[in-house]
Design a protein around this ligand. Sequence first.
Ligand SMILES: *Cc1c(COP(=O)(O)O)cnc(C)c1O
Length: 466
Amino acid sequence: MKYVSTRGDAPALSFEEVILTGLATDGGLYVPESLPSFSQEEIASWAGLSYQELAFKVMSPFVDSVVSDDELKSIIEKAYANFRHDAIAPLIQIGHNEWILELFQGPTLAFKDFALQFLGHLLDHILKQRDQKVVVMGATSGDTGSAAIEGCRRCGNIDIFILHPYQRVSDVQRLQMTTILADNVHNIALEGNFDDCQSMVKASFRDQSFLPDGRQLVAVNSINWVRIMAQIVYYFYASLALGGPYRTVSFSVPTGNFGDIFAGYLAKQMGLPIDQLIVATNANDILHRCISNNDHSKKDLQHSLSPSMDIMVSSNFERLLFDAYGRQGASIRQLMEDFKSGSMRLSDKAMEMIQSHFDSYCLDDDTTLGVIVDVFGKTGYLLDPHTAIGVEASKQKRRHTDTPMICLATAHPAKFAEAIEKAGLKAPALPHYMQDLFEREESCEVLANDMATVHGFIQKNILRTL
Ligand SMILES: *Cc1c(COP(=O)(O)O)cnc(C)c1O
């Protein structure tokens, strides 16, 4: 399988190369040149497979010979070995034909573990095979950082540096990152906001000359194709559990960078019968405005009770635009050039394609708290604030009540205790293996928002493992 850039002006890459790259050299994102597609009979024959067995079926067409079938199976086994629930992605019923897909059973209590546990073990395998060491550098507003650290901490060939905005992530989020005391794990609390962290990481990827010879940066945010690929699996898993492929299902997805729901769109393209894909956003609603009204314009960031969806621009939306514009890289280059002004208008044809696949809805904080209280009152099930947004969006935008609606639960409510308490409910306890989180020793470097300072810190700390 070859991978091509959405801007059409960068070399096509192999699977192995695409894992080890961030953005394409033309600024685009990598996508598969063509998608595998499965017949209804083939998908039906997977009913009853374990999550891990299904993951192999869905992902193996994307992976080339650099990872053998047996190796891929072993990587998948390791990736999901630390999940707390045997089903890996259990389904819970909360209403008539209304389901919650719990994607928070991994080590850091958010859905990002699905992709980052897998990516960590995959990188470990490939780097050992190539006898290569790399530097993982990423910015986080909370969940990505802990999931990436948890995924990479045991990889001897990776030094990982995660930047988070100093004093602007929740206590649980910070502690999940800073209490991992491993020689190859480095937390940087940057004196700035999340955008400062992200700009620093982006600039570092563009010019990697600060790294020692032979080292390169690897991306762990959702521009990395592997993150999307690993997320396709649970759409198949949930559908099969509810009678798919011979029964069509719909999904509602709490959305930030558009990585998670894009995986659902790919599942549909690969043959899974999906009726609706609902993009659920908080007040940072650029996607909702674009999908409902062709208004793709940047607005100031709003800090919400669902911080993992606080984004101004969704990077993975470009992957969908590539399809909406008939996979013409030149059109995407032009569009992104227009967007430098802060807004862009999509063609009628592109809008039609997007609206044929996606519905959208946005919720403010007060409504979100109301949903948490309401669902808890009716079912006893406690939603985290991100999931609550998806649940309400599904109610508002649902077209067919006889089609199962699956709401993706992207985080465990214990991770966002502040919001739960604001809703007037008692925050649940952390899982037992995290109960002493607040007593654990932390390791974190507070650094000025200055490129030379951050690069100096990285240089000093990589050298240790040379
Ligand atoms: C990252 C995250 C999201 C948003 O996912 P995207 O793939 O960026 O759209 C939603 N909820 C939680 C809890 C997250 O951590």
